[in-house]
Design a protein around this ligand. Sequence first.
Ligand code: GUN
Length: 293
Amino acid sequence: MTNLIDGRAVAEQIHAETAQRIAALKGRGVQAGLAFVRVGEDPASRVYVGMKEKTSDRLGLKSTTTVLPTATTQAELLTLIARLNNDAAVHGILVQAPLPAHIDQAVIFAAVSPAKDVDGFHPVNVGKLMLGDTTGFIPCTPAGVHELLIRSGVKITGAEVVVLGRGNIVGKPMTAILCQKARYADATVTLCHSRTRDVGAHCRRADIIIAAMGVAHFVTADMVRPGAVVMDVGVNRIADPTSKSGSRLVGDVDFAAVQPIAGRITPNPGGVGPMTIAMLMRNTVQAAELATR
Ligand code: GUN
């Protein structure tokens, strides 16, 4: 039997549930709406927003995308966000990161109404997650990893989990999700980062490793205890002279070496990525339901 965790298949299950909720809203005259904002022409952001738009269409969400030039000022972006905050047809707002360097990302995320913050990046939602208050929105990638663990039957309660990477988008919220006193949580979580002394020693103790540090093939076979569950969040572009484009995308895990040892493992692509979009769609329908109760 394969040890692969099929994120695409699980994401499709969730999409089916979300599409039903979107249809139910339509049945009572509500068209759920999601606004994307992209600033500049970062190639990866173009691809990500394009994929999210396509999935929105497929599920029956009405999405709108505003693309602003790189030279857009912070004040101009704040004006757009204020307009979207006040637009009753918009239930969710997603400002794609990274933003150009002259814009303070934290200021932008804090300007999105917490009720429309389907990214879960507003300080109110970050605080709710930390407090175990389940009325907020949880960032889509760590929420997707969590849901994938749950739906794959991985035991989280009491597990030793190592999270690699302390970013605000994945590592920190992932840690907060798994350490809560709650069903499908109650884990002992170790957060490792670039200044951790012996990452391998921490990893070898782990029942579950969640790799989100953004270093290609960082997790090698010697770091994984036989039978451990390995979730690969990384998206790294590396040179590949054999490919037409001269490069290819790989995860934070040396998949070929780790798969034979791992109990369960996410492929990459096809693991965590599809789950991120599934959580975004679910957060958006939730926002629309709450706004129109
Ligand atoms: N950039 C990378 N991941 C994300 C995400 O989950 N949301 C947004 N808005 N930007 C991102």
